[in-house]
Design a protein around this ligand. Structure first.
Ligand code: ATP
Ligand code: MG
Length: 555
């Protein structure tokens, strides 16, 4: 047994205390997305945090759409969000839930507040409400409608619901304190009149509750114990507490805030991503250069790698930005022992072994993953004409170049030792083929006849190779200049974020791949079959990550 001390994060400490003191007997969390876009890596943090806590404490986790604001919401987003949550492995309790299914209860809750003298219908315009609200340094003023009688308020609110008033002409406000130092507590609006079709309730309602009023009710209805959200809601917590207190819920939920996840040199803002999609700079919301969950999945990240990343990042209350290299470290770690290590030549040049018999093919035994025997072995054909990487050959090598050059001997991984004898160039000076001879005594697995060479390169047998397209990615933004242009807020795009290699050659064992399959290509990195564009006739691979890393996990 390892004797490791696992320190708990601040949320776990709060939960421990709540359970100890008997505030709650069970833990229930939720992920409450607004269906107004695709989820990104920041949301993954929230999902895994909420689900992880429910799991850890033997509790429950709900997936609830916070769909109380119909203008920006679409069913398309509902579908994609469910798929993302499931892909991450977060198992929600029962059915998917919708806040809009609680509109009736929210209406009743508002009536209850009116009856307690805690809410009133206000006729001020939006502009006037703003003026009356005061500022951070000055208290607000009471609305002239604040002292309407309970009866009048009940009547007006019902008529708001029945559609008797124009959009924006009346609102329902909580009656709290116009001189509160917290502006959120200065008689906040809790219901507005708005004729908008809702993706779930259609035209049934023409009044809609505001987020700060609706959210605590949703939590309370579902018996959520710990309502975890991000720091921008910290100042709203007194209002959250006020709502659950005034509505007298038996077991009021508790709001806890944590810092959002930010990744360096990565675009997460929905607004910016939308613009990149609309301007055709990226290939949709799942372009592998983005960090939407759909994009990460398409690029070849695994749920396990994202979980590992979130564990490394941890949970805290202070804002910080995480190095993208840490996410890359996690996917490398995750795939290292799980995936076969295949041979693929991305920038090919022909290598001809002049002393190898013309019609001979040898099937070499190759272990799939030297660090994990369980992945077995495969056979890879070897013959007279091969492809190797263009940069594994140099006409005039610098010092310490141990790969192929005239007169030098290298080992062909899983093959034989070969010595370069000559090469040919076209009229532009580009090398077209390289000639060599092999030493039959150095077959892979034979012990190389006791000989050693400094360089080892990979290859594929030309007549058996599978032609494929490979896409290499860099950050979408220019790391040197920073994500946003200081002058006009525009994005500093990296012109090299996508490189398409149209003529790559893969070993024939990669003939039967399907979207989402991933592999290591030796000496190159990890690659994933593109789930959108790859076909059996035209395979397309995305580079998930190269093998080299600039990130080292914490000391
Ligand atoms: P965005 O700011 O990208 O538009 P949002 O906060 O508006 O995101 P919601 O659908 O309202 O998106 O968020 C659902 C949940 O995800 C909320 O609880 C929110 O606090 C959380 N969340 C959003 N962004 C992050 C992030 N970067 N890190 C951690 N949690 C996040
Ligand atoms: Mg939001």
């Amino acid at each position: 047994m390892e004797n490791e001390v696992v320190s708990k994060n601040f949320i776990e400490q709060i939960i421990d205390k709540d359970l100890e003191e008997g505030c709650y007997t069970q833990v229930k969390t939720r992920f409450p997305p607004e269906p107004n876009g695709y989820l990104h890596i920041g949301h993954a943090k929230s999902i895994l945090l909420n689900y992880g806590l429910a799991q850890k404490y033997g509790g429950k986790f709900n997936l609830r759409f916070d769909d109380t604001n119909p203008t920006k919401e679409k069913s398309e987003f509902v579908e994609s969000i469910i798929a993302d949550v499931e892909w991450l492995g977060a198992k929600y309790d029962g059915e998917v839930l919708f806040a809009s299914n609680y509109f009736e209860q929210m209406y009743d809750a508002a009536v209850k507040l009116i009856k307690k003298g805690k809410a009133f219908v206000c006729d001020l315009t939006a502009e006037e409400i703003r003026e009356y609200r005061g500022t951070l340094t000055e208290p607000g003023k009471n609305s002239p409608y604040r002292d309407r009688s309970v009866e009048e308020n009940l009547d007006l609110f019902e008529r708001m619901k029945n559609g008797e008033f124009e959009d924006g002409s009346k609102v329902l406000r909580a009656k709290i304190d116009m001189s509160s130092p917290n502006i959120n507590m200065r008689d906040p609006v809790i219901y507005r009149v708005a004729r908008m079709s809702h993706h779930n309730t259609g035209d049934q309602w023409c009044i809609y509750p505001m987020y700060d009023f609706a959210h605590p009710i949703e939590d309370a209805i579902e018996g959520i114990t710990h309502s975890i959200c991000t720091l921008e809601f910290e100042d709203h917590r007194p209002l959250y507490d006020w709502v659950v207190r005034e509505l007298e819920y038996e077991q009021p939920p508790k709001q806890i805030e944590f810092a959002k996840l930010y990744l360096q040199n990565v675009i997460t803002g929905k607004r910016y991503i939308k613009k990149l999609v609309e301007d055709g700079i990226v290939d949709g919301w799942d372009d592998p250069r983005l960090v939407s969950i759909a994009a990460l999945r398409r690029r070849g990240f695994t749920p396990e790698s994202i979980k590992m990343f979130m564990e490394l990042v941890g949970v805290s209350k202070s804002q910080s930005s995480v190095d993208y290299a840490m996410l890359e470290y996690c996917i490398r770690e995750d795939l290292k022992l799980k995936r076969g290590r295949m041979m693929a030549v991305l920038d090919p040049v022909k290598l001809i072994i002049d002393n190898y018999p013309e019609n001979l093919v040898e099937y070499m035994d190759v272990v799939n993953n030297q660090e994990n025997e369980a992945l077995g072995a495969r056979k890879v054909p070897f013959c007279r004409e091969l492809y190797i990487e263009r940069d594994d050959f140099m006409e005039e090598p610098p010092k310490k170049y141990f790969r192929l050059y005239p007169g030098n001997e290298v080992r062909l991984m899983n093959g034989y030792f070969v010595t370069c004898t000559s090469y040919e160039k076209d009229e532009n000076g580009r090398v077209t083929e390289i000639h060599c001879t092999y030493d039959p005594e150095t077959r892979s697995g034979s012990g190389f006849n006791g000989r050693k060479v400094k360089g080892t390169i990979h290859w594929v047998a030309a007549p058996y190779a599978i032609k494929a397209e490979v896409r290499l990615y860099e950050n979408l933004v220019d790391e040197e200049k920073g994500v946003y242009n200081k002058e006009d807020g525009s994005l500093n795009l990296n012109p090299n974020s996508l490189t398409i290699l149209k003529e790559c050659y893969l070993e024939p064992n990669l003939s039967d791949v399907k979207g989402g399959d991933s592999f290591q290509f030796v000496r190159q990195g990890y690659f994933c079959v593109d789930s959108k564009d790859s076909t059996p006739e035209h395979p397309v691979f995305n580079r998930i990550v190269s093998l080299k890393s600039s990130y080292k996990p914490g000391k």
